[in-house]
Design a binder for this molecule. Structure first.
Ligand code: SER
Length: 597
């Protein structure tokens, strides 16, 4: 191996430091005060305000190595060069040097310092967009030509590929110039001028050597104005750089992944390359996410984490890797981040990180056992399959009733040579949301102030709270009143004294535990008498008529109720009690919310 990850990091940072760039710190992977982004996805994300002049930079020239998380490419993970977390080496000029300086630095570092033959490098430049009134980046092209690059090595790319912006909303943006490394004939045909440039297999992007932040994209996402100063943002994935410089076949052959993959391979009975890579990648990213205090859940960041962990665990099954090895894989991954000098600031201890993984594993194993059995049953009946597609109502049922993530059903189907209809699934999902909202006629009976989805979710949470209070305090605790707005639930119940912090915590834990089990909320219509006999709780005054609705959530809650409810507790998010106070003599009042991660 010519270079280690540690060496490349040092060479990159030293090079820019030598050229008067200040090394700034690696930020935590969850953006501070910025809800527009789930995770830091580029080195410039934590400092994005310096480009628009809204914040003052530490220095006009900066550089660092930033841990980034990108899960939009999750389906590509397992190929040669996609990762869900990676380290981005970045350099910035804020209102200082511009295109000439940035391209010169890129050339010096790659060709002169790292001695990559220029013949192995290809560069892309922005070809302009008439409709958006954005000119071609002829300046960058001329600068590359001045360094000896010709038509055979300069590729003109459109807005989609070579105009960098953070997303569809307001933000700094501009044309960029990317550097690609030729991984050789064994990875495909060579590029002929104006022909197809294969940036998927043969030519691997190793550095976005300059995003030339010249414009501000307006909120509409399609009009632009000039920024008051020109800046440069560059970013290079260290894993790809190490792969290219060492002539490796993939990023998974770098020391960041190789020892982990070898370990998993050794303890698996039926390994395949893609699963090995997925496991190593996902566990590493999960460790980063858990480190900043996020727990697996069903929404937002917690959902990304849950999905990564569960997908890794499922692939362990695929390759015959016993579940007992998960802890060891996580432990080795954690240690290896330290050895490779790419660890984040550890906020959570190693043992706490591993505990989170183990708890999620227990939950998932239970769920998988049920869901897999049901999936097999579904596909064993030819009636459930038409034109190689699994009936969408069953796919939805797997999600809705068994808490099986849609992506897992999709993968399982694929492995069996079947497919699923994602559009139909999404339609069923929206329909079910609408139906939850739609039970408006009954809304006031259940204390809901409106028919929003948020209120419906809080209503289901109210049932869980009711049962949890009975379990934590005593069975005689009963509902005395309920009022729900989209922001919070308010629940009154008979109890003589203030709850202790410990009791409040226990109630929250119980409710959140049921939420995380993805239990279906099942409605049964039965006679009033049967409902009473079944042990359902609720207001048993004879006001519902002869037949009544009973809503059950596993064996945790069974309650007489007019609805509406969500279909699955997994939709709720994280339950939190925000207030506990007296309502009237012998009656306490709890206010609680559902958080999104
Ligand atoms: N922000 C640019 C990118 O993500 C350069 O780092 O490609």
């Amino acid at each position: 191996m010519k270079y280690t990850v540690k060496q490349i990091k040092q060479i990159f940072l030293n090079f820019f430091e030598k050229n008067n760039h200040k090394v700034i710190k690696n930020s935590p992977i969850v953006p501070e005060n910025d809800d527009s982004l789930l995770f830091i996805n580029a080195g410039m994300a934590p400092i994005k305000k310096v480009f628009t002049g809204e914040a003052i930079p530490e220095s006009k020239r900066m550089c660092n190595m930033q841990t980034c998380i990108r899960t939009n490419d999750i389906d590509s993970i397992g190929d040669r060069h996609h990762l869900s977390s990676f380290c981005m080496l970045g350099s910035w000029s804020i209102g200082d040097y511009f295109k000439e300086g940035a391209i010169k630095y890129a050339y010096q570092l790659l060709v002169e310092e790292l001695k990559i033959p220029a013949s192995k490098l290809y560069v892309s430049v922005f070809s302009g967009d008439k409709e958006k009134n954005l000119p071609a980046d002829t300046e960058s092209e001329e600068i590359w030509r001045g360094l000896g690059f010709d038509d055979n090595h300069i590729i003109h790319c459109s807005f989609e590929d070579n105009f960098w912006r953070m997303g569809d909303g307001e933000g700094p943006c501009g044309p960029c110039t990317e550097v690609f490394f030729d991984t050789g004939d064994k990875h495909g045909l060579s590029y002929e001028q104006s022909g197809y440039f294969d940036d998927k297999k043969r030519y691997i992007e190793i550095w976005n050597a300059g995003v030339f932040m010249q414009y501000l994209q307006h909120e509409d996402g399609k009009t632009y104005s000039k920024l008051s100063m020109n800046s440069v943002d560059t970013g290079s994935g260290i894993e790809r750089m190490v792969m290219a410089l060492n002539g490796l076949d993939s990023v998974y052959d770098t020391e960041i992944y190789k020892p982990i993959i070898e370990f998993i391979e050794n303890v698996s009975s039926n390994p395949n390359q893609s699963s090995l890579r997925i496991i190593a990648d996902h566990i590493k990213t999960a460790i980063h996410i858990i480190n900043v205090g996020i727990q697996p859940s069903n929404v937002k960041r917690g959902y990304v984490l849950r999905r990564l962990l569960r997908r890794a665990m499922r692939h362990m099954r695929v390759i015959g890797c016993d579940e007992k090895y998960l802890e060891e894989i996580a432990s080795r991954t954690y240690d290896n981040l330290n050895s490779c000098d790419i660890a984040p600031d550890w906020i959570t201890s190693k043992s706490d990180i591993i505990d989170v993984i183990k708890i999620e594993q227990e939950k998932f194993l239970k769920l998988l056992a049920n869901g897999l059995k049901t999936f097999e049953e579904f596909i064993s009946n030819p009636k459930n399959i038409s034109d190689g597609k699994l009936d969408s109502t069953l796919v939805f049922k797997l999600y809705d009733t068994y808490g099986f993530p849609f992506e897992i059903t999709k993968e399982l189907a694929f492995e069996k040579g079947l497919s699923v209809n994602e559009n139909e699934f999404n339609q069923l999902f929206s329909k079910h949301k609408e139906e939850s909202k739609g039970d408006i006629g009954k809304v006031f009976k259940s204390g809901l102030a409106d028919n929003s989805y948020e209120s419906v979710k809080l209503h289901t949470a109210t049932h869980l709270l009711h049962s949890a209070l009975k379990k934590v305090l005593n069975e005689n605790v009963n509902q005395k009143g309920s009022n729900i707005t989209p922001e919070r639930l308010r629940f009154d119940f008979n109890f003589e004294r203030k709850l202790t912090p410990d009791e409040i915590k226990k109630v929250e834990l119980l409710v959140n535990d049921v939420i995380s089990k993805n239990l279906p909320v099942v409605k049964e219509i039965m006679t009033y008498e049967d409902a009473k006999k079944s042990g359902a709780i609720g207001l048993f005054e004879n006001k519902y008529g002869d037949s009544v609705n009973v809503y059950s959530i596993g064996d945790f809650s069974k309650e007489l109720c007019a609805g509406p409810h969500v279909a699955n507790t997994g939709e709720l998010g994280v339950f939190k009690i925000v207030k506990e106070e007296s309502s009237s003599a012998g009656v306490r009042r709890i206010k609680a919310i559902l958080k999104n991660d």
